[in-house]
Write a protein that binds this ligand. Structure first.
Ligand code: SAH
Length: 366
């Protein structure tokens, strides 16, 4: 009796398992080109069909199998029966008076991330997200308020770039020229997927963009900075520094307790030794937080360790006034001290503030 029961139970489990298997189709873009070619061969078709479909999926960024017009209807149906294309959907788009465009992007599981198109006279830059929400809790960043978090897949990162490239052509008559990973999330905590996305973005089988036009910005995960150096990546590295004094940095970026400045410094030295490429530091100056001469001296000393440039960025208020941009006088003191020490410094104005699209303002408000 118990055996019969067990048999019935097993049958039930197997049936449920099978049902789930048929319902949950595989994301076709998780397959490599070789896997796709093998799949077609296993279906009695030519491996070459895999190349054609791969081209539709990446270079032509097809949203559905029906878009694949040089593939027979029967084959498209077979693909439909086996796979899904988990394409992102631009749910809403806001345009700033300065030309900045912000996309609220819906993922296949209903979660939302944001990405931004930033036009200037000479370039159009896509600012893309790497995670849903962020785990880092930087006190001055709106994204930190979003608790829900998962990593974005390579195709979800890639699709954000494709969507912005289309908007760039539509609104500014030119393709996208640069990409910065400065949207939601910490790219180095989703390293593998970010690297896979960049591979597709830079590959001639994808968007064919130069890695020199891509910047990955991190709060500073030492182990992963070293890994990037070992992997000999070709894109730029930016570090959100904001203070070169541990106690100050920890108070605004609690993650500095785990990864203190001495570890960051060591990782950056390793990066430079291996890649011979300078690092950019992002730095915001706040009233009462990092506006003293001691803060300035610490930054100058930190900058002397590894060849670098400093981008001073405007603070975009996100809260009730706990953080306030320091005065122009303090800004000038910083610039003076850095330049006197032959450290390159740029001051970056914010874009898209009126639509909450500026740095640190991405919080799915729309
Ligand atoms: N986690 C990554 C990338 C996302 S943040 C990183 O920390 O670099 C992108 C940039 O926006 C970072 O330099 C970050 O410090 C900055 N930022 C965050 N909140 C901001 C705000 N309210 N105003 C201006 N810049 C902000």
């Amino acid at each position: 009796m118990s055996l019969v029961f067990r048999g019935f139970f097993m049958l039930l489990c197997t049936t449920q398992f099978c049902t789930r298997m048929t319902v949950k189709k595989k994301d076709i873009r998780a397959l490599t080109k070789d896997q796709l070619r093998d799949f077609f061969v296993s279906q009695g078709d030519k491996a070459f069909r895999g190349n054609q479909v791969y081209e539709w999926l990446w270079q032509k960024a097809a949203h559905s199998f029906d878009d694949m017009t040089n593939i027979s209807k029967q084959t498209r149906q077979m693909l439909e029966d086996n796979f899904v294309i988990n394409h992102i959907k631009v749910d809403s788009m806001q345009r700033s008076k300065d030309g900045t465009v912000k996309n609220a992007v819906r993922l296949h599981d209903g979660l939302i991330v944001e990405s931004v198109l930033i036009p200037t006279k000479t370039r159009t830059t896509a600012c893309v997200s790497s995670q849903v929400g962020c785990s880092l809790d930087c006190k001055f960043c709106a994204t930190a308020s979003l608790k829900q978090m998962r990593n974005l897949n390579p195709d979800e990162i890639y699709d954000q770039v494709v969507a912005i490239d289309k908007e760039s052509k539509l609104y500014h008559n030119r393709p996208l020229s640069n990409i910065v990973f400065m949207g939601m999330g910490e790219p180095l905590m989703n390293y593998n997927n970010v690297i896979k996305a960049i591979d597709k973005i830079t590959s001639p089988e994808g968007l064919g963009m130069s890695p020199k036009r891509i910047t990955v910005s991190t709060s500073g995960v030492p182990k992963m900075i070293k890994k990037m150096a070992d992997d000999a990546v070709k894109f730029h590295l930016a570090v959100s520094l904001h203070s070169a004094i541990d106690t100050v940095r920890t108070s605004i970026m609690p993650f500095n307790t785990t990864f203190p400045l001495k570890d960051l410094k060591e990782a950056l030295e390793y990066w430079y030794a291996k890649t011979n490429r300078m690092v950019s530091y992002e730095y915001i100056i706040w009233k009462g937080i990092n506006d003293s001469q001691k803060d300035i001296d610490a930054l100058v000393a930190f900058c002397k360790q590894v060849p670098c440039k400093v981008n001073i960025i405007e603070y975009n208020p996100i809260d009730d006034g706990e953080f306030q941009q320091a005065s122009g006088e303090v800004l000038n003191n910083y610039i003076y001290a850095l330049e006197r020490n032959r450290i390159i410094v740029n001051v970056r104005r914010s874009r898209g503030k009126d639509i909450d699209a500026a740095c640190g303002q991405l919080a799915n408000k729309s």
